[in-house]
Design a protein around this ligand. Structure first.
Ligand code: DX5
Ligand code: ZN
Length: 223
């Protein structure tokens, strides 16, 4: 892994019970959670629709955790200011949604947040190479964006080992999103991933978010 930190679990509130969101977030805080992953979908870039800056603002009031906004929306530039003003600390965008990736990453930084690029399972990881200087984070999708609870797609990390030295050189945090659970996590430890997004494996009926979070942590080997 990078020298930045111990690997983390970032719960995605996409699978949370929004009628009890405050309590669910508190449960994550009790477990020692440091980052929340917020999946923003517009029903256009992806077929699903979730929430916007108003809900980010409400979540900001509930917790001091780092908030990362994963924007699965068309024309993200129009909304960067709204999400960052609402409290997003990190903004992650898909390159294909940006008129100019360089400008979008610059704009996110100018607004005071950290910036990252997201790579879909059918995209080549090397598409991020021109932007390494401007990136704080790389999010690798291990499902196609749009829905929680999908099955991990093997092979999305095949090209990570050869890119990892460059990512480390630029102190870029490496994150993976989709299908992360007790079964898939153990096989991912060898890739040097810093942050694992987990939605349905954290927020489900079988245990509290705290219990699920702590169980997932046991599957990460802190090297
Ligand atoms: C998918 C989202 C993911 C999703 C992960 O478009 O980006 O963050 O919530 O959910 P699980 O962990 O259930 O695959
Ligand atoms: Zn996500």
């Amino acid at each position: 892994m990078s020298k930045l930190m111990k690997p983390q679990i970032a719960p995605s509130v996409l699978s949370a019970d929004f009628s009890q969101l405050g309590a669910q977030i508190d449960s994550i805080v009790e477990a020692g959670g440091e980052v929340l992953h917020l999946d923003i979908m517009d029903g256009h870039y992806v077929p699903n629709l979730t929430f916007g800056p108003m809900v980010v603002k409400a979540i900001r009031k509930m917790t001091d955790m780092l908030l990362e906004a994963h924007l699965m929306i068309s024309e993200p530039d129009k909304y960067l200011k709204k999400f960052i003003s609402a409290g997003a600390d990190i903004v992650l965008v898909h390159a294909s949604t940006c008129a100019s990736v360089t400008d979008t990453l610059d704009n996110i930084h100018a607004l005071g947040a950290k910036a990252g690029l997201v790579v879909n399972p059918d995209e080549d990881l090397t598409i991020v190479k021109p932007y390494l200087e401007q990136m704080d984070q790389l999010l690798i999708m291990s499902v196609f964006p749009g829905f929680g609870g999908q099955t991990f797609i093997p092979g999305v990390l095949d090209h990570l080992p050869k890119l990892l030295p460059l990512l480390h050189e630029h102190k870029i945090l490496v994150e993976i999103d989709g299908g992360i659970n007790l079964h898939t996590l153990p096989g991912l430890n060898r890739f040097g991933i810093d942050r694992f997004v987990a939605g349905s494996a954290v927020f489900n009926a079988s245990a509290t978010p705290k219990e699920n979070f702590l169980n997932l942590l046991t599957q990460i080997s802190h090297k």
